[in-house]
Write a protein that binds this ligand. Structure first.
Ligand SMILES: Cc1cc2nc3c(=O)[nH]c(=O)nc-3n(C[C@H](O)[C@H](O)[C@H](O)COP(=O)(O)OP(=O)(O)OC[C@H]3O[C@@H](n4cnc5c(N)ncnc54)[C@H](O)[C@@H]3O)c2cc1C
Length: 344
């Protein structure tokens, strides 16, 4: 079997990786000048499930993705993978209720998901924190840009690909993994964009002590190559990818508000802005595409990975591979329905 994959970000590259593993030949067609030209091009991203208070078909998806990527990332080389742990600060009453419920209802062992008080959180983080936190010792960071490259090791891909280049391939199935550009192929899919900017800052004597990722609505990574990634903005109303100075200030002010002793005037040494694709119910759109005008029978989509694409792109890849190869689905039927492009 041959599968054409349109888009060379995390969704397309993860899918190519898993198809290749089961003996199907994937070819990626990426319109940009390199893989990871879109949202997946950040030098660092955190991997965290999207937390819900109750266990739902959606949380089943993220929970299984978390466990699957831990096993996979351990075996991939040069992806900056570091399961350094993540502390999700409980900085308001709403979050307190939700995170306590999450810990109760998700049913994970305390060694993998627990609540810690401010003293314990400070000890774990290596810097003083004022809030209790939900703690995931196995969470951490990876480089999305490097992950894309590692996923497609030994796999065919074309960059600068014209929009219809995949038509020459005579593929058995076609998968749209092109982020927001999926609207060019399936205009009825309810997808919007959410612009985001991350800020790269040089480490200081104090910030170098940070041992885990800290999440507080924004996030700060521990030091990686003498810098921290501080993220990120969410702007539905903007659709450009130019860097904006005010966004760096917003990221750093938020960080300084939540991590005592971190200065909002840390030295900014870089940054990156991109557009996330998001569906109207904030859950990825994964599965067989609805009837379409493209003249393709076996058409699938893996898009709308929002702000948790490191995890969701991998599990989506597994599910689409199950579908294309007629294997039993690796997700429950409720989750498959919740992901389906037909759900709208
Ligand atoms: C600032 C920011 C911070 C983030 N932080 C995190 C984080 O910490 N953790 C996390 O899990 N997620 C994070 N995300 C989200 C994550 O990056 C995305 O969910 C993920 O990259 C989506 O991958 P994708 O492959 O679906 O989309 P993309 O990476 O956008 O890939 C789509 C690709 O398709 C290509 N394309 C478009 N049109 C065509 C066409 N016609 N033909 C061929 N190719 C085409 C594009 O060039 C692009 O390379 C962040 C996103 C942003 C913007």
């Amino acid at each position: 079997m041959k599968v054409a994959i349109i888009g060379g970000g995390l969704a397309g590259c993860a899918l190519a990786h898993i198809l290749d593993f089961v003996g199907v030949k994937p070819v990626i067609f990426e319109s940009g000048p390199a893989l990871a030209s879109g949202a997946s091009g950040n030098s660092l991203g955190l991997y965290n499930p999207r937390f819900t208070a109750e266990r739902t078909p959606q949380s089943d998806f993220y929970a299984s993705a978390f466990s699957a990527v831990l096993r996979r990332f351990e075996r991939l080389e040069d992806i900056e993978f570091n399961p350094c742990g993540a502390l999700h600060l409980i900085n308001d009453e709403k979050k307190k209720k939700r995170f306590y419920q999450t810990v109760d209802s998700w049913g994970w062992m305390p060694e993998t998901l627990t609540i810690v008080d401010a003293d314990a959180a400070s000890e774990i983080a290596g810097v003083e924190l004022k809030h209790e936190a939900m703690y995931l010792p196995q969470s951490g960071y990876v480089s999305p840009a490097k992950l894309c490259k590692a996923y497609v090791e030994g796999i065919d891909y074309h960059v600068n690909a014209p929009k219809d280049a995949w038509r020459d391939m005579d593929a058995d199935a076609v998968v749209l993994a092109c982020g927001p550009a999926v609207r060019d192929y399936l205009p009825d899919l309810p997808i919007g964009t959410v612009r985001g900017q991350i800020t790269e800052v040089a480490t200081t004597k104090r910030s170098s002590k940070l041992k885990t990722a800290i999440c507080y609505g924004g996030y700060m990574s521990p030091p990686v190559n003498d810098m921290h990634i501080v993220g990120s903005t969410f702007q539905r109303w903007l659709d450009h990818t130019d860097l904006v100075e005010q966004d760096d200030l917003d990221n750093l002010n938020k960080m300084a508000d939540h991590i005592p002793g971190m200065d909002a005037d840390m030295n900014v040494i870089g940054g990156r802005a991109a557009l996330r694709a998001a569906s109207k119910d904030h859950f990825p759109i994964v599965g067989r595409a609805p009837a379409n005008d493209l003249g393709v029978d076996n058409l699938y989509v893996s898009v709308a990975h929002g702000s948790h694409g490191v995890l969701s792109s991998y599990m989506a890849a597994k599910l689409i591979t199950d579908m294309i190869t007629d294997r039993p689905y690796s997700q429950g039927l409720d989750t498959v329905k919740a992901l389906s492009p037909e759900r709208f």
